[in-house]
Design a binder for this molecule. Structure first.
Ligand SMILES: [Fe+2]
Length: 382
């Protein structure tokens, strides 16, 4: 940093007016703003009001204790360059100004030949003070920038957190909207076949509880639930005359009715949102022994979700009243499932479903209804 005239202050103390003026002029010519004092007390008062960067005092014996003044000045100007002008060369011992020892007093012999040395010393001291000040300014600016940077980081962090929260909320809303859309589709199926009202929801609930008990991967449960909910979506494409026929279906009508898994698959193919549930839609009428439809898959080749939905679907068909049959009690439903497992259903899943009585999920639906062979025969769902 360039030395700026008058930027640094000097205090000169000397009991004699003439010598005081001479010293003041000398330091003033070195670019310092100079104050003068004729007594140590006056000097200390001035220092208290305006701390100096350079303090020069004549060392005089008696009432004017120059070195004492310089020592006391540490309190008011701790970093000042302190110079004592002594009368004898023997007293001029401390010649190095070391900032690390700011209390150091430099002693110069007070004679004209030493004045150029005094000016040189003051100039060096002032340069050093400039550097220290510059360094402090840099540290101050750096700290300021660090503070700004920290505030920006904090702001950025807040913005990122807010955006993340908004995105998460949007995603949750989207999920809710998707669920509503899917439930709407399921309602469309039930609206077409009012006799199965509530069936889709119950199949979804039974499937979910069976999947959980069978150790189905947690991350796949939601898709499984939707798949179970919409497994009969293809019934939208079945003619009302067949779907709603009160009596038994003839062969041609059965052929048409059994097209619903493929019709459902074709619908799901056209809606990206439904792609993950296609196995449940297409394969829920496959049978463990390969006698099912549409793909005649056998045993574990049948997608797991379809095997789960098949059991839930069959159970609900047995456990609820239909126009052509009465509901079976829980024990009878379980007995039919166990009896037909190996032929129709995954026996391990049937064991889980029956052993743990997962059908009690809608237990209020079970009344002690009279059994009847026709009901048993009609218990397999389509
Ligand atoms: Fe079906």
């Amino acid at each position: 940093m360039a030395f700026v005239k008058g930027r640094f202050r000097a205090l000169v103390a000397h009991p004699q007016v003439e010598a005081l003026g001479e010293l003041a002029e000398l330091l003033g010519s070195a670019g310092l703003h100079v104050e003068t004092a004729r007594t140590p007390l006056e000097a200390l008062n001035k220092l208290r009001a305006h701390p100096a960067h350079v303090i020069v005092s004549q060392q005089v014996t008696g009432s004017f204790d120059g070195v004492g003044l310089l020592e006391s000045s540490i309190l008011h100007a701790p970093e000042a360059l302190r110079i004592a002008l002594v009368s004898s060369p023997d007293e001029a011992v401390d010649l190095d100004y070391r900032p690390a020892h700011a209390g150091t007093i430099i002693r110069l012999v007070a004679r004209p030949s030493e004045r150029s040395r005094l000016v040189a010393l003051v100039n060096e001291g002032v340069k050093l003070l400039s550097l220290v000040e510059e360094q402090r300014e840099l540290v101050r600016k750096l700290s300021l920038e660090q503070g700004k940077l920290h505030r920006r980081e904090t702001l950025l962090d807040t913005v990122v957190k807010e955006r993340t929260k908004e995105l998460e909320e949007s995603y949750e809303k989207l999920k809710v909207a998707n669920r509503q859309a899917l439930f709407g589709l399921a309602e469309a199926i039930e609206a077409k076949d009012p006799y199965t009202k509530g069936h889709c929801g119950r199949v979804a609930a039974y499937s979910l509880v069976l999947a959980k008990e069978a150790g189905y991967p947690a991350e796949g449960l939601e898709t499984l639930e939707f798949g179970a909910f919409l497994h009969d979506i293809g019934k939208i494409g079945i003619k009302d005359a067949v779907l709603l026929k009160p009596g038994p279906l003839d062969d041609a009508e059965w052929v048409h009715m059994r097209e619903h898994p493929v019709k459902g698959y074709d619908i799901a193919m056209k809606i990206a949102m439904l792609h993950p549930i296609m196995p449940a839609v297409r394969n829920h009428h496959e049978r463990w022994d390969g006698s099912g439809y549409p793909d005649k898959m056998v045993a574990e080749n049948i997608p797991l979700v379809a095997r789960i939905v098949a059991i839930a679907d069959a159970f609900d068909a047995m456990a609820t009243d239909r126009p052509y049959k009465r509901a079976l009690p829980l024990e009878e439903c379980e007995a039919v499932l166990r009896k037909t497992a190996l032929k129709m259903y995954d026996p391990d899943l049937v064991a889980v479903f029956c052993d743990r009585h997962l059908g009690t999920l809608y237990r209020e639906d079970y009344d002690d209804l009279p059994l009847d062979d026709d009901v048993r025969a009609a218990s397999s769902s389509d």
